[in-house]
Design a protein around this ligand. Structure first.
Ligand code: FMN
Length: 213
């Protein structure tokens, strides 16, 4: 099977364990990775998360302390923090409808759709809604991982941190957000990364994929 460039890049990327602190990801590449996050599809188009792009060394050092001391957080040049809405609210969903109406014009079906969405989401438990919002952030994480790989930028997706502490460091609670994912960006330090020489391990497609025809 001939490999597309995207497939080659996806096998090139890995969850980098050691980044070279001397190397900085150029702004235009960071911008493209951020743009991939913005372009990611989300359920009903609500985009229920925000992205923090952190270069500040002091803040990254604070976050590293509550994230298993994972070195890419400070040795990469940029840290992306995905923070999902703590809950859905009428205001948040109305803002989505308002933007759509503004950019596409008045569509009665659209109002009906988002009224139904509010009827379904708003009575639900906050945790259910936050978890749903967090799942949308994970889609965007996937886009960011692929975009970074495409640009030859290394990254480390991370759930290994204390979200409540990161929320405190970034003041997320007051903004109705909760941190769900970290993604340091940088460049691998080839001689210091135990994972780099190792084979990429994935399940065989026969194990994972069932064809129903
Ligand atoms: C949502 C998510 C959370 C992860 N959390 C961490 C983490 O906290 N620290 C880490 O070193 N790797 C983390 N990983 C990396 C995975 O272990 C890694 O992606 C997986 O083993 C596959 O290896 P590869 O990405 O190198 O191909 C995470 C990956 C994902 C997708």
């Amino acid at each position: 099977m001939s490999q597309s460039t995207l497939m080659e890049k996806l096998s090139w990327r890995y969850a980098t364990k050691k980044m070279d602190p001397e190397q900085v990801v150029p702004q235009d590449k960071v911008d493209q990775i951020v743009e991939a996050v913005r372009m990611a599809p989300t359920s009903s188009g609500t985009q229920p998360f925000e992205l923090f792009v952190i270069t500040n060394p002091g803040i990254r050092a604070e976050i590293r302390k509550v994230a298993w001391d994972q070195s890419p957080i400070t040795e990469g040049s940029h840290l992306l923090v995905f923070a999902a809405w703590d809950n859905y609210s009428a205001d948040r969903i109305d803002a989505v409808t308002a933007q759509m109406t503004d950019e596409r014009g008045e569509i009665p079906m659209l109002n009906q759709y988002y009224d139904n969405l509010k009827a379904k989401y708003l009575p639900r438990d906050e945790t259910v809604n936050h978890d749903h919002a967090a799942r949308q952030a994970y889609i965007a994480l996937g886009f960011a991982l692929a975009a970074a790989a495409e640009l030859g930028v290394d990254s480390t997706p991370m759930e290994g941190f204390d979200p409540a502490k990161v929320d405190e460091i970034l003041g997320l609670k007051d903004r109705g957000l909760r941190s769900v994912l970290l993604l340091p960006l940088g460049y691998r330090q080839a001689d210091g990364d135990w994972l780099l020489p190792m084979k990429k391990v994935r399940k065989a497609s026969e194990t994972m994929v069932t064809l129903i025809d």
